[in-house]
Design a protein around this ligand. Structure first.
Ligand SMILES: [Fe+2]
Length: 407
């Protein structure tokens, strides 16, 4: 949804003379996506440009790159992200798990706020978080955005931010895309507004609450991620949250999974009806991200609510299980399980799930899961993910779907 917001003070006409205070020229910066052609915002810095570095940049030893594995057999994967040990903050606590050429999935279980003088800027990817546990504040130059369990948080590439933790720990699934992330366009009308048939509405999207400019001198560090996971520390002599105001359509926002309003059908319906976000131009590139939120299951008298086996040859499918109620994987997954089903393999419900699902006809289900399908982009598993991989998963379908033991 392309909603232009205005926060703080900005000149009515872009690129015109404007003063933070008498005699202090506000310095305009455009934060743009897709070159000069995508969503953008204009920001007015109080008195200093964001280019005014005061010490030479240096590359940190912190390495957020997914480490490649040697060629592995083709197989489905089950990663138990809840078994990662909480450490660090929302940046240093990231563990890269799945990666392609444009799409990257990490989990972060962390226990600290980012230091007050240290900020993060992802130069590699537009970020989309799913908050599995915890709550806090995303503070950026655009303002302050609260998040809690169940929220999606979208952060455009290039945003400067830090995370304040308000709970003992937090647990995020972090999706990064080299391409801009947006709401699913099939649910938007030609004016960019959510249609009356959409599972999302604009009024339930939360946007940053603007804070007065921090016109402060000091030493402020901006950790900038680049090159697929290298991190360079930049040093500014002024606080980076120094905007008199901003206006535009590129800014962080939050959307709660409770506010994805599922659409039901008499018979089983395919995942795109559950789509919340996409990157790039799905289904031609990028990914589609769907919210599997409990809904009224098909009410046809012979409906099979469980999914069918499927082999989507042009998609690799990652699925993050927020709870364990999803019938097709019941008994196998735990909260925070992340599965990867490569496009070149079929996958299906486990064991008796299809027969068991008959009992769900016409009833309200209570699962919560996030599914991400890439398009024409295979995903690989990182070396870091091996520590939480379920080695038995490839053979976990070897239980008869008819209820005959010993199959
Ligand atoms: Fe699937």
């Amino acid at each position: 949804m392309s909603v232009v917001l205005t926060r703080g003070r900005v000149p009515r006409t872009p690129h015109t003379e404007f003063y933070s205070e008498p005699g202090v020229l506000a310095l305009e910066e455009i934060h743009g996506s897709a070159g000069f052609s995508g969503a953008w915002s204009r920001k007015y810095h109080y008195r200093k440009y964001p280019t005014q570095q005061v010490q030479p940049p240096h590359k940190l030893t912190l390495d957020l790159r997914p480490q490649p594995l040697p060629p592995m057999p083709l197989q489905p994967w089950h990663l138990r992200t809840g078994r990662l040990k909480a450490h660090g903050d929302a940046v240093s606590g990231r563990v890269p798990l799945l990666y392609g050429t444009e799409t990257f999935l990490s989990a972060a279980r962390f226990e600290k706020s980012c230091p007050a003088d240290r900020f993060f800027r992802n130069g590699d990817g537009h970020e989309l978080w799913f908050v599995q546990e915890g709550r806090g504040l995303l503070a950026s130059e655009y303002g302050v955005l609260p998040f809690r369990k169940g929220h999606y948080v979208a952060i455009p590439k290039g945003t400067t931010y830090r995370v304040e933790l308000e709970s003992e720990e937090a647990w995020l699934l972090i999706v990064e895309s080299r391409r801009p992330i947006s709401f699913a366009p099939q649910y938007l009308n030609a004016s960019g507004q959510a249609t009356l048939m959409a599972p999302v509405v604009e009024t339930e999207v939360s946007t940053p609450e603007f804070r007065p400019p921090r016109d402060e001198e000091g030493l402020f560090r901006v950790w900038t991620k680049h090159g697929g996971g290298f991190v360079t520390e930049l040093f500014l002599g002024h606080h980076p949250f120094d905007l008199t105001g901003w206006e535009g359509a590129l800014y962080p926002y939050a959307f709660h999974s409770d506010d994805h309003h599922p659409l039901a059908r008499e018979i089983h319906t395919a995942p795109p009806v559950r789509q919340t976000f996409q990157s790039g131009i799905a289904p031609h590139n990028g990914f589609a991200l769907c919210t599997f939120k409990g809904q009224i299951e098909g009410w046809h008298p012979r409906d099979v609510p469980a999914p069918y086996a499927h082999l989507n040859a042009d998609s690799d499918e990652a699925m993050f299980f927020s709870n364990t109620s999803y019938g097709a994987r019941k008994g196998l997954v735990e909260p925070g399980s992340l599965t990867l089903h490569p496009g070149s393999l079929p996958h299906s419900p486990h064991g008796l799930a299809a027969k068991r699902s008959f009992a769900e006809r016409g009833k309200l289900s209570d699962y919560l899961a996030v599914m991400l399908d890439t398009f024409y982009e295979p995903l690989s598993v990182s070396r870091q993910a091996l520590a939480v991989a379920d080695k038995d998963y490839p053979l976990s379908w070897n239980r008869d779907a008819q209820g005959i033991s010993g199959a």
